[in-house]
Design a protein around this ligand. Sequence first.
Ligand code: NAI
Ligand code: ENO
Length: 342
Amino acid sequence: LSARGIGVHLADRDDSAVRTAASLGAGTAGVPGEPVDLVIVAVPPAHVAAALADAVARGLGRGYLDVASVKGGPRRDLEALGCDLSRYIGTHPMAGRERSGPLAATADLFEGRPWVLTPTPATDTEVLNLALELVALCRAVPVVMDADAHDRAVALVSHTPQLVSSMVAARLEHAEEAAVRLCGQGILDVTRIAGSEPGMWMDILAANPGPVADVLADLAADLAETVTALRALQSADDDKRRGGADGIEDLLRRGNIGRAKVPGKHGTAPKAYEVLAVLIGDQPGELARLFADAGAAGVNIEDVRIEHSTGQQAGLVQLTVEPRTAPQLTAALRERGWALRK
Ligand SMILES: NC(=O)C1=CN([C@@H]2O[C@H](COP(=O)(O)OP(=O)(O)OC[C@H]3O[C@@H](n4cnc5c(N)ncnc54)[C@H](O)[C@@H]3O)[C@@H](O)[C@H]2O)C=CC1
Ligand SMILES: O=C(O)C(=O)Cc1ccc(O)cc1
């Protein structure tokens, strides 16, 4: 916001968080003497209502919003405090990091991401417009939803995946070194968010336990069926084995269907891309050289990931490109001496 010319004033009960954020250019420390256009409350969900009610009582702004990951509870807490909700709108930017704190923040975090707004008939139009302006300034995409529908949605697409990632990673806690050494891209993908900070996730899960338990219970039913199907695959009986195989194949197919629904880059519909794998040496400037060569070939890189082979001084860079540009990129990179892999 500061970079877009908006005056930003920072307040936090932890002075060092304010100082760090201010030194990173996020704004100036301290609450101004005059009311601001919009007070943005970014504290853990359980503290939202108290922090917001305090800001309203002090008349700090013309409009108020919060960005907590859960929306139903904070709204009910505010109602219980008898707060005038007409100048408040609950919101949630759907983007995050595995780490918290000002040092983990990036100015472009919300670009192209959905930002949920939960207005009610009581919400003042001016406040809704201020929130929409904030979303536009952050180059996010506004999505209007009911607070409880939001909480059920994030239970499905964010909170349960976090727990499942943690559960898969927790299986490795006592794993033999020999097994861990075999880890590849699959487990890296599934466990990336298991590296998240437990504190932040405890705050989120404690604010949304019911909807998350509902999704996890359905998942537990799938798990129980899968265990039964796998046991059937061990049977000497042909019919039982066939039944087990059908059950597992059905789950894998349902997974394909669900995965195809996950939106692609910048929240657009999922799109079929082609991935080119290029071997690069572990030395300074290799990635820059590869990207420059792709640029010189006139090819836009849609996405990129690096697979590091354990114990090797090389990495496999996977360049995601539009299928129509793949042949020209392949030719250009080969010509410039890059080793492409299947
Ligand atoms: N980190 C993420 O990935 C995302 C977080 N959110 C939501 O944003 C909110 C903030 O999360 P983060 O910035 O990640 O956490 P954070 O831990 O980096 O920041 C929270 C700040 O709130 C301060 N604080 C706590 N209680 C306070 C109070 N009563 N008064 C004043 N300051 C108080 C803390 O000192 C801390 O500096 C949470 O509600 C979270 O659910 C939303 C989208 C993404
Ligand atoms: O779950 C996701 O999709 C993330 O990218 C991480 C995240 C965590 C907390 C939020 O409130 C929003 C997003």
